[in-house]
Design a protein around this ligand. Structure first.
Ligand code: SF4
Length: 122
């Protein structure tokens, strides 16, 4: 029986979670105060994913950069590749919130989108 200790990131309480696995299958989750903790623990030990947030350069805009994020969670092991794909990306103003900045980032099937709007200088 394998045991994994995690801290839940579902809310600021940060409950310490203890997960027992048997041949890769979750047998029990302890330490969670609410159901979200159990869902997080099960996912984290079997298929860990994250939303990735960053910024990219805006050319000709009222701001020099725009904040971006993956539209959905991507596999945790793809985070580095995703950040690498965003490095050096430049977009032309105007940028609208929800605009696709990078399609299918790191071959995850998930797009990176702008999370705010940046108007153009002229
Ligand atoms: S288990 Fe529930 S209460 Fe505890 S940190 Fe996670 S979300 Fe918050």
């Amino acid at each position: 029986m394998e045991k994994r200790e995690l801290i839940c990131i579902g809310c600021p309480m940060g409950c310490p979670l203890s997960v027992e696995l048997d041949q890769g299958e979750v047998v029990s989750v302890r330490g969670n105060t609410c159901k979200r903790g159990e869902i997080y623990a099960r996912k984290e030990v079997t298929n860990p994913t994250r939303i990735v947030t960053s910024t990219v350069v805006v050319e000709g805009g009222k701001l020099a950069a725009v904040s971006v994020k993956t539209r959905e969670d991507i596999p945790k092991e793809k985070i580095f590749e995703c950040m690498k794909a965003l490095k050096g990306v430049k977009v032309q103003a105007p940028v609208h919130m929800g605009d696709v900045i990078v399609k299918n980032v790191a071959d995850t099937g998930v797009d990176v989108i702008a999370t705010k709007s940046v108007g153009s200088l002229s």
